[in-house]
Design a protein around this ligand. Structure first.
Ligand SMILES: Nc1nc2c(ncn2[C@@H]2O[C@H](COP(=O)(O)OP(=O)(O)OP(=O)(O)O)[C@@H](O)[C@H]2O)c(=O)[nH]1
Ligand SMILES: [Mg+2]
Length: 293
């Protein structure tokens, strides 16, 4: 498969770039099939992703969302009279319909409120594609996060299994802080060791593999490309572009871009296969030759 040579920041609007790419890739097909694929491409590209962002107050949720997706555009629902409810924020769209972020309440609060939040979570979870759970690098008190995960989230994940990625945030604040490399914007050697320990502690506390935990410092632009790559890897193919489309181009690594294109190609191939199976003109040989390239 030929892929468009990018850094994505040099692309015209994403839709145009991918539409031209698809046009080139499918030039051997009949006009009907090409149009069908272009329509499918637009459907895939216009998916609106919804991410739940969890973590104690001050964990760095807003900072991360702004670093990945841009400035806050509007708060759809609000915090009301002492009872917090999930707050939906639509972030400024780069090239499409925006991305919905839910600021999820409850983390860091006492268990007394969990029953009330439980119902809200049950209602919200089916709407979400992914949850990001932030824990500040220098926060040693994990027990409220842990209880919230076990009591509030885990029971609903059984019914609505969506990926949950843990994020160690504000990595520059882990001891010894003075070691942070201001030039390279990365942790020093002892900070790196301590961040690895932190990842292991979180993995043990939440019973997840360390590979599910990213380390970032949004204010330092550290670890953000890797986090985006991880998000894209865990999302189903048809939901990846809703996130990539809205992510700032500088946070999309070449690996992420290539991965998304390969998955898009696979997805379009299967859509075309579905169409052929539905009894339209059979082009099995031609299609398999084209898709095998
Ligand atoms: N040094 C450093 N500070 C950070 C980083 N990320 C966020 N902060 C700071 O941490 C504070 C809290 O960040 P927010 O993004 O507001 O945290 P939040 O989780 O949205 O907090 P709530 O909205 O209260 O739930 C702010 O003063 C940020 O500037 C980081 O990577 N490094
Ligand atoms: Mg916030």
């Amino acid at each position: 498969m030929h892929t468009p040579a990018i850094p994505p920041e040099s692309t015209p609007p994403l839709q145009n770039c991918l539409s031209q790419w698809l046009d080139k890739q499918t030039r051997h097909l009949s006009a009907d099939y090409r149009q069908y694929l272009q329509d499918e491409l637009q459907k895939i590209l216009s998916y609106q992703a919804t991410i739940g962002v969890m973590g104690k107050s001050g964990a760095g949720k807003s900072s991360l969302c702004n670093a990945l997706f841009g400035q806050e555009e509007s708060a759809v629902s609000d915090v009301t009279g002492g009872t917090r409810s999930p707050q939906e924020i639509t972030l400024a769209s780069q090239a499409g319909r925006g991305i919905s972020l839910f600021d999820m309440p409850g983390v860091g609060e006492s268990l007394q409120n969990h029953e009330e939040y439980g119902e809200q979570y049950q209602a919200l979870l089916p709407k979400l594609d992914l949850i990001l759970w932030l824990i500040k690098a220098d926060d040693r008190a994990l027990s409220l996060d842990q209880q919230c995960y076990q009591k509030l989230l885990q029971p609903h994940l059984v019914e609505h299994p969506i990926p949950v990625l843990f994020v160690v945030s504000q990595a520059d604040k882990i001891e010894p802080c003075r070691e942070w490399d201001e030039q390279q914007h990365r942790p020093g050697p002892m900070q790196q060791d301590n961040l690895a320990i932190k990842q292991r502690v979180i993995a043990d506390s939440f019973n997840i593999p360390t590979s599910h935990i990213n380390v970032i410092a949004a204010a330092e632009n550290y670890g953000l490309q890797e986090l985006v790559e991880h998000i894209v890897r865990v999302l189903p193919h048809e939901r990846k572009w809703g996130v990539v489309r809205e992510t700032k181009p500088e946070q999309i690594s070449n690996t992420t871009w290539q991965l998304c294109l390969a998955c898009l190609w696979q997805l379009l191939g299967s859509r075309l296969g579905d169409l052929a199976r539905k009894g339209k003109e059979v082009m099995a040989d031609k299609l398999s030759t084209l898709w095998g390239r």
